[in-house]
Design a protein around this ligand. Structure first.
Ligand code: ZN
Length: 156
């Protein structure tokens, strides 16, 4: 596949996710809640997580919010990829995604769907849009249960 076709494919996946997100809404119950904002583009997301306290696994992830196609596709893909992961694995995925945005890494086969965001690394102004969901997730995971979140996190 030529590089151009590959780029088109990435764009198609991003646009499709933007138009038909699969993980919109709120988890039940809400074990973690975190709002994230990307001032440079105006993207805002509200992330909710359902956790299994015994195994420390993420059972469900949902989001609400408004933003550009890249931000919305990124959070939708992230939500899907996180289901069944431990919180430690999720934090490793945050590192990996940020490294991918620097062009230094990509996800292994079982998480290859996340690699569609790789194309965004070529557009420095849009990297914050793609990173917003992961940045917000990190804040949500680092919150202690029952502690009220401190407003919203900004990735500026
Ligand atoms: Zn954006």
């Amino acid at each position: 596949m030529s590089l151009n076709n590959l780029r088109d494919l990435y764009q198609q996946v991003i646009l499709e996710r933007y138009k038909k997100p699969r993980n919109r809404g709120k988890t039940n119950p809400v074990d973690r809640y975190q709002k994230g904002h990307n001032p440079s583009c105006g993207d805002t997301i509200e992330l909710t997580l359902k956790l299994d306290g015994d195994s420390d696994r993420i059972e469900d992830v949902k989001f609400e919010g408004e933003g550009c196609a890249i931000a919305m596709a990124s959070v939708d893909l992230m939500a899907e990829a996180l289901k069944g992961r431990t919180t430690a694995e999720a934090l490793e995925m945050v590192q990996k995604f940020q490294a991918m945005m620097r062009g230094e890494a990509e996800f292994p086969q079982e998480l290859r769907k996340l690699n569609v965001m790789q194309g965004v690394a070529q557009f420095p102004v849009r990297i914050k849009c793609a990173n917003l969901s992961w940045h917000t997730l990190k804040a949500a995971l680092e919150l202690q249960q029952g502690v009220k979140p401190a407003g919203f996190v900004s990735n500026e």
